[in-house]
Design a protein around this ligand. Structure first.
Ligand code: DLL
Length: 446
């Protein structure tokens, strides 16, 4: 990359559109969306009638706030096809969200939706540095999860050479990377870190490899995690974001300035709301991201509450794209841990741990309730060379982490140092938190 201004843009006509034109386009598309939803989706028809809104009432972008939210529960209640806006015969693809926090939701795509999806993925692949000359290894699961197929079609759209490796079988991934001269890796950030670790075990030096780019997403990751991955794999890593309910990957992505993810506003309207009150917040404030799809045919959604916490900002980016950006997602509203009344996000703990020498970027947060009091335990892996070296050193490290957690979060945590590689690795999204309080609750119900 010779200077930041030389970055390629996949669709400069739309990605660099003047803000006024974006707003005009959004309004036209919003009006058409509202019409389509009212006409074709019983759920929206009923909701609009209930609150006394007709499609013609939407006269400006500000009127969006009068429209009802759509929640994950709404989608679940219409399982499997209740929210589709076209007959099934026009649907050419069906995906489903992972369902880790409840019953899965089912999403559909028309041929036009698939084409749009490929273009949006091509946008963030391009902004992350991928070109048709790249050999791109897709280590996301292929299947109902949108990661594998979403990235696959986008990479083909660019004309890159796609290796549909899928996730898992890590040694084989690395062998492929070496033999096929992979230049770009696509997976979750936690899997990228695991790949780096297995490379070390196999004695594969990442430095002379052809690998130069990493495009990671599908789970939250901190700046410190980015640094670790970049240094260990000798790559430049960018973040991309999306969710099945909206389209899959391709809602937003970073450019090589790595300063926020450009949201593809010609196809999605982002809002930030206060998750407690549902009130829209002004630009720059932190809250829950709400997204409206403007052009999706099979599965349009109005004001979908993503549960993801971020901030929007609209200062210009030197790459030339004019779309608003969102900060890296710092967590989900339902990920927020309330420990003895203190609100904590796992990403805050990650940020603190990453800054402490002698620890590895692998940790687990365990919350339990003993005698009506919440207890927070953080298990942290330590680097190979320091573990059990000296009891005194170990104790010092524990005290140091405790102190940092207390000064950062205002909470006393129990710190447990665990052996290198003892925390379970993942080939997909990582699970950092074990909340035993919830386990008890579930058992109570059963
Ligand atoms: O994870 C879509 C995706 C695939 C995005 C591949 C990027 C790359 P779901 O399985 O429906 O879809 O999960 C969506 O994952 O609401 C966020 O909580 C989280 N998430 C996705 N991307 C990011 C990211 C895919 N870059 C849920 N940073 C979302 C933080 C992310 N969280």
């Amino acid at each position: 990359m010779e200077g930041k201004n030389k970055m390629d843009i996949w669709d400069s006509k739309n990605e660099c559109m003047p803000r006024q034109e974006i707003a005009q386009l959004q309004l036209e598309r919003l009006q058409s969306l509202v019409n389509r939803c009212y006409k074709n989706v019983a759920f929206y028809h009923k909701k609009f009638d209930e609150i006394g809104i007709e499609p013609e009432d939407i006269q400006s972008l500000d009127d969006l706030r009068y429209l009802p939210f759509t929640t994950k529960d709404d989608l679940r209640n219409s399982y499997p096809y209740g929210m589709f806006a076209v007959p099934l015969r026009e649907v050419v693809r069906i995906h489903s969200s992972s369902g880790t926090t409840g019953k899965a939701t089912v999403v559909g795509y028309t041929q036009n939706d698939i084409s749009l999806w490929s273009d949006l993925v091509a946008r963030f692949l391009t902004s992350g540095g991928v070109t048709k000359d790249d050999v791109i290894q897709i280590a996301f699961g292929y299947g109902l999860f949108t990661g594998g197929f979403g990235l696959h079609y986008g990479a083909e759209r660019i004309g890159a050479s796609v290796i549909p490796a899928s996730s898992g079988n890590t040694k084989r991934q690395i062998q492929i990377m070496v033999d096929f001269k992979t230049t770009a890796l696509v997976c979750t950030p936690s899997y990228a870190l695991y790949i780096a670790e297995v490379m070390e075990e196999m004695g594969v030096d990442p430095k002379p490899l052809s690998l130069k780019l990493g495009l990671f997403g599908s789970e939250p990751w901190t700046e410190s995690m980015r640094k670790q991955i970049e240094e260990r794999l000798f790559i430049s890593a960018t973040d991309n974001y999306g969710l099945s309910e909206i389209i899959g990957p391709g809602v937003s992505g970073e450019c090589l300035n790595k300063n926020g993810l450009h949201i593809y506003e010609d196809h999605f309207i982002p809002e930030i709301i206060d998750p407690a009150t549902g009130k829209a917040l002004p630009m720059g404030e932190k809250g829950e991201l709400v997204l409206t799809t403007l052009t999706k045919e099979a599965f349009p959604v109005i004001r979908y509450r993503t549960g993801d916490i971020t901030q929007l900002f609209d200062d210009p980016c030197s790459c030339g794209r004019t779309m608003v950006r969102m900060k890296k997602v710092s967590g989900r509203t339902d990920d927020m841990l309330i420990v003895r009344g203190v609100n904590i996000f796992p990403s805050q703990i990650e940020e603190i741990l990453m800054g402490i020498e002698g620890t590895e970027p692998h940790y687990q947060i365990i919350i339990d309730r003993k005698k009506a009091l919440d207890e927070l335990e953080i298990q942290v892996e330590v680097s190979e060379n320091i573990f059990f070296d000296e009891m005194k050193k170990e104790q010092e490290l524990i005290e140091h982490i405790k102190k940092e957690i207390f000064s950062g979060l205002g909470i006393n945590a129990k710190i447990k140092l665990v052996e290198p590689k003892s925390i379970e690795r993942t080939t997909g999204k990582s699970k950092r938190v074990i909340d035993k309080r919830q386990i008890y609750n579930n058992n109570d119900i059963e």
